[in-house]
Write a protein that binds this ligand. Sequence first.
Ligand code: BT5
Length: 278
Amino acid sequence: MSPFLDQTLSNSLSPHAIKKHLRTRWLGQREVCCFDVVESTNTEANRLAREDAPEGTLIVANAQTKGRGRLGRSWASPPGSGLYLSIILRPDCPPNRFPRLTLTAGVAVASAIQQTGVKPQLKWPNDILIADRKVGGILAEAVFDRRRIDFAILGIGINVNTERDELPVSVRSLATSLRISLGKPLSRIYLLQTLLHLLEPWYESFCAGAFETILDAWCEFDNTLGRVVDVFLPERRLVGMAEALEPDGTLLVRDKRGCVHRIIAGDVVHCRLENREP
Ligand code: BT5
């Protein structure tokens, strides 16, 4: 039987259960904090990072009451069914490399999901999709000092055993879960351990500046390039063709007049996904 289907582990999110059989060298091997309910694991991680928690500290919750997405949006985090985690990272690199962390984490999340037997895709910059529906998201936040990243919080949410009716009506038509896709419940613990095991070397590549390899892996899961996208920028909206990624992960979008725009932090919607029926 696939260890992903081992139901004896599925709901025991404790430090002991997470560390048992965890095959990483350092990620999740030091401090692990498990909460039954928390507002947001990213908020907890931020607090712990300011108290000098070491790199690799892992914060996991069974449920979040104020799970956060990007740009003030929320992340629905029903109890017991999803993975909601944050990792404290202290990469020794300049602030302009920070956006690459989201793409790096995307590769690890997609690779972990692929091992369950479904085919994940990545939507630039932070969405994990299955058959065009969102199964997970990444929220990377950082505190910078003048020249370096002081610390980064890598927040990851995955709908694992989530049923459609556990999600708010507003996201149901665009969302899915591993259980919905596979037709079977999965072990959250084993998925978490697999994710940490895959993330550790990808993060080390990020720290070593090996972004070309990371981007190549990202492109294997790419679901954005070649599509018409709607980009919500702080001051305007841009519709165009997602043409390419620059070596630093910046998205190039060509508008209908032929002008190419470099998108560093925008909000991309794939046009053909709007107005989907549940
Ligand atoms: C994200 O934001 O996708 C990042 C989500 C990160 C969540 C993790 S959970 C652990 C850690 N602690 C936190 O507080 N957050 C992180 P964004 O790209 O802004 O997408 C948010 C949008 O996704 C929402 O506006 C909804 O449309 C949709 N959404 C919300 N909850 C969802 C869910 N459970 N499944 C699928 N889509 C969802």
